[in-house]
Unconditional design. Structure first.
Length: 380
Protein backbone atom coordinates (compact mmCIF):
# COMPACT_ATOMS: atom_id res chain seq x y z
CA UNK A 1 0.00 0.00 0.00
CA UNK A 2 1.25 3.48 -0.85
CA UNK A 3 2.11 5.60 2.18
CA UNK A 4 2.10 9.25 3.20
CA UNK A 5 4.99 11.26 1.82
CA UNK A 6 5.47 9.16 -1.28
CA UNK A 7 5.44 10.62 -4.80
CA UNK A 8 2.24 11.52 -6.59
CA UNK A 9 0.29 8.56 -7.91
CA UNK A 10 1.49 7.61 -11.39
CA UNK A 11 -1.78 6.92 -13.17
CA UNK A 12 -2.94 5.56 -16.52
CA UNK A 13 -6.34 5.50 -18.19
CA UNK A 14 -7.42 2.39 -20.12
CA UNK A 15 -9.90 3.25 -22.85
CA UNK A 16 -9.89 6.47 -24.86
CA UNK A 17 -13.61 6.67 -25.55
CA UNK A 18 -16.25 9.24 -24.65
CA UNK A 19 -15.98 9.07 -20.86
CA UNK A 20 -12.19 8.84 -20.72
CA UNK A 21 -11.70 12.55 -21.25
CA UNK A 22 -13.21 13.33 -17.84
CA UNK A 23 -10.69 11.02 -16.20
CA UNK A 24 -7.77 12.33 -18.24
CA UNK A 25 -8.62 15.94 -17.41
CA UNK A 26 -9.10 15.28 -13.70
CA UNK A 27 -6.00 13.14 -13.32
CA UNK A 28 -3.84 15.73 -15.07
CA UNK A 29 -5.20 18.53 -12.88
CA UNK A 30 -5.26 16.67 -9.55
CA UNK A 31 -2.26 17.61 -7.35
CA UNK A 32 -2.04 14.04 -6.01
CA UNK A 33 -1.73 12.27 -9.36
CA UNK A 34 0.64 12.26 -12.29
CA UNK A 35 -1.06 11.20 -15.51
CA UNK A 36 1.50 9.19 -17.49
CA UNK A 37 -0.27 7.02 -20.06
CA UNK A 38 -3.37 6.16 -22.09
CA UNK A 39 -4.11 2.68 -23.45
CA UNK A 40 -6.62 1.76 -26.16
CA UNK A 41 -6.84 -0.95 -28.82
CA UNK A 42 -7.60 1.81 -31.32
CA UNK A 43 -4.11 3.16 -31.98
CA UNK A 44 -5.29 6.41 -33.54
CA UNK A 45 -7.55 7.17 -30.63
CA UNK A 46 -4.80 6.39 -28.12
CA UNK A 47 -2.27 8.55 -29.99
CA UNK A 48 -4.69 11.48 -30.22
CA UNK A 49 -5.35 11.40 -26.48
CA UNK A 50 -1.64 11.03 -25.75
CA UNK A 51 -0.84 14.04 -27.90
CA UNK A 52 -3.55 16.16 -26.27
CA UNK A 53 -2.42 15.39 -22.73
CA UNK A 54 1.33 15.01 -23.33
CA UNK A 55 1.47 11.38 -22.17
CA UNK A 56 2.54 8.00 -23.56
CA UNK A 57 0.18 5.90 -25.67
CA UNK A 58 -0.16 2.13 -25.45
CA UNK A 59 -2.25 -0.30 -27.44
CA UNK A 60 -1.94 -3.35 -25.18
CA UNK A 61 -2.69 -3.66 -21.45
CA UNK A 62 0.22 -6.04 -20.80
CA UNK A 63 2.62 -3.62 -22.45
CA UNK A 64 1.27 -0.77 -20.32
CA UNK A 65 1.69 -2.69 -17.06
CA UNK A 66 5.16 -3.96 -18.03
CA UNK A 67 6.62 -0.59 -19.02
CA UNK A 68 5.02 1.82 -16.55
CA UNK A 69 5.47 1.85 -12.77
CA UNK A 70 1.81 2.54 -12.08
CA UNK A 71 0.10 3.37 -8.80
CA UNK A 72 -3.45 3.61 -10.18
CA UNK A 73 -5.34 2.52 -13.29
CA UNK A 74 -8.70 3.87 -14.43
CA UNK A 75 -10.70 1.42 -16.54
CA UNK A 76 -12.92 3.42 -18.92
CA UNK A 77 -13.78 0.77 -21.49
CA UNK A 78 -17.11 -0.87 -22.40
CA UNK A 79 -18.61 -2.82 -19.51
CA UNK A 80 -18.14 -6.09 -21.40
CA UNK A 81 -14.34 -5.70 -20.97
CA UNK A 82 -14.23 -4.55 -17.34
CA UNK A 83 -13.52 -7.95 -15.79
CA UNK A 84 -10.43 -9.02 -17.77
CA UNK A 85 -8.86 -5.55 -17.77
CA UNK A 86 -9.49 -4.98 -14.07
CA UNK A 87 -8.13 -8.42 -13.19
CA UNK A 88 -4.95 -7.70 -15.14
CA UNK A 89 -4.31 -4.56 -13.11
CA UNK A 90 -5.26 -6.16 -9.79
CA UNK A 91 -3.03 -9.17 -10.39
CA UNK A 92 -0.20 -6.75 -11.15
CA UNK A 93 -0.81 -5.12 -7.76
CA UNK A 94 -2.18 -1.85 -9.19
CA UNK A 95 -5.26 -0.20 -7.60
CA UNK A 96 -8.17 0.26 -9.99
CA UNK A 97 -11.04 2.68 -10.47
CA UNK A 98 -13.71 1.19 -12.77
CA UNK A 99 -16.28 3.16 -14.71
CA UNK A 100 -19.94 2.34 -14.17
CA UNK A 101 -21.64 0.02 -14.77
CA UNK A 102 -18.97 -2.01 -13.00
CA UNK A 103 -20.02 -5.34 -14.54
CA UNK A 104 -22.97 -6.88 -16.34
CA UNK A 105 -23.65 -9.58 -13.74
CA UNK A 106 -23.14 -10.19 -10.06
CA UNK A 107 -20.94 -13.19 -10.89
CA UNK A 108 -18.57 -10.91 -12.79
CA UNK A 109 -18.57 -8.47 -9.89
CA UNK A 110 -17.61 -11.30 -7.54
CA UNK A 111 -14.58 -12.08 -9.73
CA UNK A 112 -13.26 -8.56 -9.31
CA UNK A 113 -14.13 -8.41 -5.61
CA UNK A 114 -12.43 -11.75 -4.93
CA UNK A 115 -9.28 -10.78 -6.81
CA UNK A 116 -9.08 -7.43 -5.01
CA UNK A 117 -9.38 -9.20 -1.66
CA UNK A 118 -6.88 -11.95 -2.38
CA UNK A 119 -4.28 -9.53 -3.79
CA UNK A 120 -5.03 -6.82 -1.18
CA UNK A 121 -5.51 -4.23 -3.93
CA UNK A 122 -7.95 -1.30 -3.54
CA UNK A 123 -10.73 -1.21 -6.11
CA UNK A 124 -13.38 1.49 -6.52
CA UNK A 125 -16.23 2.19 -8.91
CA UNK A 126 -17.19 5.55 -10.39
CA UNK A 127 -20.09 6.89 -8.31
CA UNK A 128 -19.45 10.55 -8.88
CA UNK A 129 -23.02 11.72 -8.23
CA UNK A 130 -22.36 11.14 -4.53
CA UNK A 131 -19.73 13.89 -4.67
CA UNK A 132 -21.75 16.69 -6.26
CA UNK A 133 -22.50 19.78 -4.14
CA UNK A 134 -26.05 18.70 -3.25
CA UNK A 135 -25.18 15.16 -2.20
CA UNK A 136 -22.21 16.40 -0.15
CA UNK A 137 -24.67 18.68 1.68
CA UNK A 138 -27.09 15.77 2.15
CA UNK A 139 -24.32 13.61 3.60
CA UNK A 140 -23.31 16.42 5.98
CA UNK A 141 -26.89 16.74 7.24
CA UNK A 142 -27.34 13.00 7.62
CA UNK A 143 -24.06 12.59 9.51
CA UNK A 144 -24.93 15.54 11.77
CA UNK A 145 -28.21 13.88 12.71
CA UNK A 146 -30.35 16.70 11.31
CA UNK A 147 -32.74 14.26 9.62
CA UNK A 148 -32.74 11.51 12.22
CA UNK A 149 -33.35 7.88 11.40
CA UNK A 150 -34.47 7.49 7.80
CA UNK A 151 -37.94 6.03 7.39
CA UNK A 152 -37.93 6.00 3.61
CA UNK A 153 -36.78 7.58 0.36
CA UNK A 154 -38.21 8.15 -3.11
CA UNK A 155 -35.86 8.60 -6.05
CA UNK A 156 -37.65 9.97 -9.12
CA UNK A 157 -35.37 9.99 -12.15
CA UNK A 158 -36.99 10.78 -15.52
CA UNK A 159 -35.05 12.07 -18.49
CA UNK A 160 -32.41 9.33 -18.61
CA UNK A 161 -30.94 8.67 -22.06
CA UNK A 162 -33.21 6.67 -24.36
CA UNK A 163 -32.02 3.11 -25.11
CA UNK A 164 -31.37 3.91 -28.78
CA UNK A 165 -29.57 7.23 -28.42
CA UNK A 166 -25.82 6.69 -28.70
CA UNK A 167 -24.11 8.38 -25.78
CA UNK A 168 -21.27 6.24 -24.46
CA UNK A 169 -20.86 4.11 -27.56
CA UNK A 170 -22.45 1.42 -29.70
CA UNK A 171 -21.42 -1.21 -27.12
CA UNK A 172 -24.27 0.01 -24.90
CA UNK A 173 -26.79 -1.22 -27.49
CA UNK A 174 -25.83 -4.78 -26.51
CA UNK A 175 -27.39 -4.22 -23.07
CA UNK A 176 -31.07 -5.20 -22.65
CA UNK A 177 -31.89 -1.58 -21.80
CA UNK A 178 -29.36 -0.02 -24.20
CA UNK A 179 -28.04 3.41 -23.28
CA UNK A 180 -30.82 3.70 -20.70
CA UNK A 181 -29.35 0.76 -18.78
CA UNK A 182 -25.86 2.25 -19.01
CA UNK A 183 -27.05 5.35 -17.15
CA UNK A 184 -29.29 3.95 -14.41
CA UNK A 185 -26.53 3.03 -11.92
CA UNK A 186 -26.32 6.74 -10.99
CA UNK A 187 -29.76 7.05 -9.35
CA UNK A 188 -29.56 3.51 -7.98
CA UNK A 189 -26.30 3.95 -6.06
CA UNK A 190 -27.46 7.37 -4.88
CA UNK A 191 -30.60 5.83 -3.40
CA UNK A 192 -28.56 3.04 -1.80
CA UNK A 193 -26.12 5.50 -0.26
CA UNK A 194 -28.89 7.48 1.42
CA UNK A 195 -31.57 4.90 2.13
CA UNK A 196 -29.39 1.89 2.86
CA UNK A 197 -29.10 -1.59 1.39
CA UNK A 198 -31.99 -4.03 0.89
CA UNK A 199 -32.49 -6.65 3.59
CA UNK A 200 -31.88 -9.32 0.97
CA UNK A 201 -31.80 -9.82 -2.78
CA UNK A 202 -35.26 -11.38 -2.50
CA UNK A 203 -36.61 -8.11 -1.04
CA UNK A 204 -35.91 -6.25 -4.31
CA UNK A 205 -39.11 -5.86 -6.32
CA UNK A 206 -38.78 -4.56 -9.86
CA UNK A 207 -41.30 -3.58 -12.54
CA UNK A 208 -40.33 -2.55 -16.07
CA UNK A 209 -41.97 -1.00 -19.09
CA UNK A 210 -41.20 -0.48 -22.76
CA UNK A 211 -42.85 2.83 -23.57
CA UNK A 212 -41.04 3.76 -26.76
CA UNK A 213 -40.63 2.05 -30.11
CA UNK A 214 -37.11 1.21 -31.30
CA UNK A 215 -35.44 -0.46 -34.25
CA UNK A 216 -33.26 -2.50 -31.89
CA UNK A 217 -34.79 -5.25 -29.70
CA UNK A 218 -34.50 -3.42 -26.37
CA UNK A 219 -36.39 -4.99 -23.47
CA UNK A 220 -37.17 -1.92 -21.36
CA UNK A 221 -36.91 1.87 -21.18
CA UNK A 222 -38.47 2.39 -17.76
CA UNK A 223 -38.22 0.68 -14.41
CA UNK A 224 -39.48 0.99 -10.87
CA UNK A 225 -37.76 -0.66 -7.92
CA UNK A 226 -38.91 -1.04 -4.34
CA UNK A 227 -37.21 -2.60 -1.36
CA UNK A 228 -37.07 -2.48 2.41
CA UNK A 229 -33.72 -1.92 4.08
CA UNK A 230 -32.01 -3.64 6.99
CA UNK A 231 -33.29 -0.75 9.16
CA UNK A 232 -36.88 -1.11 7.87
CA UNK A 233 -36.77 1.99 5.66
CA UNK A 234 -39.03 1.85 2.62
CA UNK A 235 -37.22 2.83 -0.58
CA UNK A 236 -38.45 3.31 -4.13
CA UNK A 237 -36.65 4.25 -7.34
CA UNK A 238 -38.49 5.30 -10.51
CA UNK A 239 -36.43 5.43 -13.71
CA UNK A 240 -37.78 6.77 -17.01
CA UNK A 241 -36.04 7.42 -20.32
CA UNK A 242 -36.46 10.38 -22.62
CA UNK A 243 -38.77 13.28 -21.96
CA UNK A 244 -38.09 16.94 -22.75
CA UNK A 245 -37.29 18.18 -19.21
CA UNK A 246 -35.48 16.00 -16.64
CA UNK A 247 -36.82 16.52 -13.12
CA UNK A 248 -34.56 14.33 -11.04
CA UNK A 249 -35.62 14.46 -7.41
CA UNK A 250 -34.65 12.58 -4.26
CA UNK A 251 -37.06 12.75 -1.32
CA UNK A 252 -35.66 11.69 2.06
CA UNK A 253 -38.06 11.13 4.96
CA UNK A 254 -36.52 11.16 8.43
CA UNK A 255 -37.80 11.10 11.99
CA UNK A 256 -36.74 14.71 12.61
CA UNK A 257 -36.92 16.27 9.16
CA UNK A 258 -37.24 15.59 5.47
CA UNK A 259 -35.04 16.64 2.60
CA UNK A 260 -35.91 17.18 -1.05
CA UNK A 261 -32.90 17.13 -3.33
CA UNK A 262 -33.17 18.64 -6.80
CA UNK A 263 -30.33 16.82 -8.53
CA UNK A 264 -30.56 18.90 -11.71
CA UNK A 265 -30.18 22.28 -9.96
CA UNK A 266 -28.08 20.83 -7.11
CA UNK A 267 -30.43 22.26 -4.50
CA UNK A 268 -31.23 20.78 -1.09
CA UNK A 269 -34.59 21.75 0.43
CA UNK A 270 -34.84 20.98 4.18
CA UNK A 271 -38.39 20.59 5.50
CA UNK A 272 -38.66 20.49 9.29
CA UNK A 273 -42.10 21.96 10.14
CA UNK A 274 -45.50 20.38 10.66
CA UNK A 275 -46.82 22.03 7.52
CA UNK A 276 -50.31 20.55 7.76
CA UNK A 277 -51.04 21.77 11.31
CA UNK A 278 -52.30 25.23 10.27
CA UNK A 279 -52.91 27.52 7.32
CA UNK A 280 -49.84 29.53 8.29
CA UNK A 281 -47.62 26.48 8.29
CA UNK A 282 -49.02 25.39 4.94
CA UNK A 283 -48.02 28.79 3.57
CA UNK A 284 -44.59 28.43 5.19
CA UNK A 285 -44.11 25.25 3.18
CA UNK A 286 -43.97 27.40 0.04
CA UNK A 287 -41.74 29.93 1.79
CA UNK A 288 -39.25 27.25 2.84
CA UNK A 289 -39.16 25.83 -0.67
CA UNK A 290 -38.63 29.29 -2.18
CA UNK A 291 -35.87 30.22 0.27
CA UNK A 292 -34.03 26.94 -0.28
CA UNK A 293 -34.22 27.27 -4.06
CA UNK A 294 -33.05 30.87 -3.88
CA UNK A 295 -30.09 29.81 -1.74
CA UNK A 296 -29.33 26.98 -4.15
CA UNK A 297 -29.38 29.37 -7.10
CA UNK A 298 -27.08 31.84 -5.33
CA UNK A 299 -24.66 29.08 -4.34
CA UNK A 300 -24.58 27.76 -7.92
CA UNK A 301 -23.85 31.20 -9.36
CA UNK A 302 -21.18 31.75 -6.74
CA UNK A 303 -19.44 28.51 -7.68
CA UNK A 304 -19.73 29.39 -11.36
CA UNK A 305 -18.21 32.83 -10.75
CA UNK A 306 -15.37 31.33 -8.72
CA UNK A 307 -14.62 28.88 -11.53
CA UNK A 308 -14.21 31.80 -13.93
CA UNK A 309 -12.06 33.83 -11.55
CA UNK A 310 -9.98 31.02 -10.02
CA UNK A 311 -8.57 28.31 -12.24
CA UNK A 312 -7.45 26.04 -9.38
CA UNK A 313 -8.07 22.45 -8.36
CA UNK A 314 -10.01 23.22 -5.17
CA UNK A 315 -12.59 25.21 -7.11
CA UNK A 316 -12.75 22.67 -9.93
CA UNK A 317 -13.38 19.70 -7.67
CA UNK A 318 -16.16 21.52 -5.80
CA UNK A 319 -18.01 21.90 -9.10
CA UNK A 320 -17.04 18.71 -10.94
CA UNK A 321 -18.12 15.57 -9.10
CA UNK A 322 -15.73 13.36 -11.10
CA UNK A 323 -12.84 15.51 -9.92
CA UNK A 324 -14.05 15.38 -6.33
CA UNK A 325 -14.21 11.58 -6.30
CA UNK A 326 -10.78 11.27 -7.90
CA UNK A 327 -9.35 13.69 -5.33
CA UNK A 328 -10.67 11.86 -2.27
CA UNK A 329 -9.71 8.46 -3.64
CA UNK A 330 -6.19 9.61 -4.54
CA UNK A 331 -5.71 10.89 -1.01
CA UNK A 332 -7.02 7.60 0.38
CA UNK A 333 -4.48 5.67 -1.68
CA UNK A 334 -1.64 7.94 -0.57
CA UNK A 335 -2.68 7.61 3.08
CA UNK A 336 -3.17 3.87 2.88
CA UNK A 337 -6.79 4.25 4.01
CA UNK A 338 -9.98 2.62 2.74
CA UNK A 339 -11.76 3.87 -0.35
CA UNK A 340 -14.44 6.43 0.64
CA UNK A 341 -17.26 4.47 -1.04
CA UNK A 342 -17.34 0.76 -0.17
CA UNK A 343 -17.63 -1.83 -2.92
CA UNK A 344 -20.93 -2.88 -1.32
CA UNK A 345 -22.51 0.09 -3.11
CA UNK A 346 -21.51 -1.33 -6.49
CA UNK A 347 -22.53 -4.85 -5.44
CA UNK A 348 -26.07 -3.81 -4.52
CA UNK A 349 -26.33 -1.60 -7.59
CA UNK A 350 -25.55 -4.66 -9.68
CA UNK A 351 -28.12 -6.73 -7.79
CA UNK A 352 -30.80 -4.13 -8.52
CA UNK A 353 -29.90 -3.88 -12.22
CA UNK A 354 -30.04 -7.68 -12.39
CA UNK A 355 -33.51 -7.60 -10.80
CA UNK A 356 -34.62 -5.07 -13.43
CA UNK A 357 -33.17 -7.22 -16.21
CA UNK A 358 -34.84 -10.35 -14.87
CA UNK A 359 -38.19 -8.62 -14.67
CA UNK A 360 -37.92 -7.15 -18.17
CA UNK A 361 -36.98 -10.57 -19.58
CA UNK A 362 -39.97 -12.16 -17.83
CA UNK A 363 -42.33 -9.47 -19.14
CA UNK A 364 -40.89 -9.78 -22.65
CA UNK A 365 -41.49 -13.54 -22.47
CA UNK A 366 -45.07 -13.01 -21.31
CA UNK A 367 -45.71 -10.55 -24.13
CA UNK A 368 -44.33 -13.01 -26.68
CA UNK A 369 -46.52 -15.82 -25.33
CA UNK A 370 -49.59 -13.56 -25.44
CA UNK A 371 -48.80 -12.61 -29.03
CA UNK A 372 -48.43 -16.29 -30.00
CA UNK A 373 -51.75 -17.16 -28.35
CA UNK A 374 -53.45 -14.27 -30.13
CA UNK A 375 -52.04 -15.44 -33.44
CA UNK A 376 -53.26 -18.98 -32.83
CA UNK A 377 -56.76 -17.74 -32.04
CA UNK A 378 -56.86 -15.70 -35.26
CA UNK A 379 -55.75 -18.74 -37.25
CA UNK A 380 -58.47 -20.97 -35.85
Amino acid sequence: MIGIGMRDLETAVVGAGVVADRHLFALQQCPHTELVAICDLDADRARNAATEYGITSYFDMDDLLDREDLDWVHVCTPVQTHVPLSLQAIEAGVPVQIEKPVTETIEEFREIESAASSHDVPVSVVQNHLFGPAMREVRRRLDAGDVGAIQGIDMIYPGTTEPSRENRGAWAFELPGGEFEEGIPHPIYTALDVGGYPRSVEDIQATTSLFGEYDQPFEYDGAQVQYITEDDALCSIKLLSGGPVPQNLLHIYGERASLTVDIVSQTVIPLDRRYISSAVNRALNNVDHALARTKGTIDAFRLFAQSKLRDDWETTKRIESHCYQIDVEARALLNGSAMPIPLDHAEWTTHIVEAIRARSAAEAGSSAEAADESSEIRNV
